[in-house]
Design a protein around this ligand. Sequence first.
Ligand SMILES: [Zn+2]
Length: 159
Amino acid sequence: MSFFIEIDGWRSNIRFSSAHIIPEYEKCGRLHGHTYSVHVKVSGLPDKKGIILDFSILKDILREIVNELDHRILIPQKNNAVNIIKEKNSVKVSTLGKDYVFPLNDCVFLPIDSTSAENLAALILEKILNKITLPDNVENIEIGVDEGYGQGARVTKKF
Ligand SMILES: [Zn+2]
């Protein structure tokens, strides 16, 4: 037998609404937004209490992570096509020959080169693993980020 637990971000309300720019694609090179949801699937053997991992621990961590991203502008810090100049209270983001100026507090700076659903999923996985020590019975974790309902990216890590 194999087991997994699953959290569906749409139905469990693990969501965030954010704006971004993806300079690599013409249409996505204009500032636009999505409502994202985050999904998790954890595979492994149930422990003596019959559980793989406590849902509530996982959901609390996910809520913390999505709250940091919610209602913000997602800025990829590692994109060579995006020039970021931080001032005291604002940030100027230049890309594709256009300049955007945002209030600093409205932005979140992410250590990725593109705010694709794939990269956001990998980043969220990393953040989860920094916040929790998974028990030995966990064999695999999968993180999904949906960019709107019905499309998204998944990333998995085996232990
Ligand atoms: Zn987009």
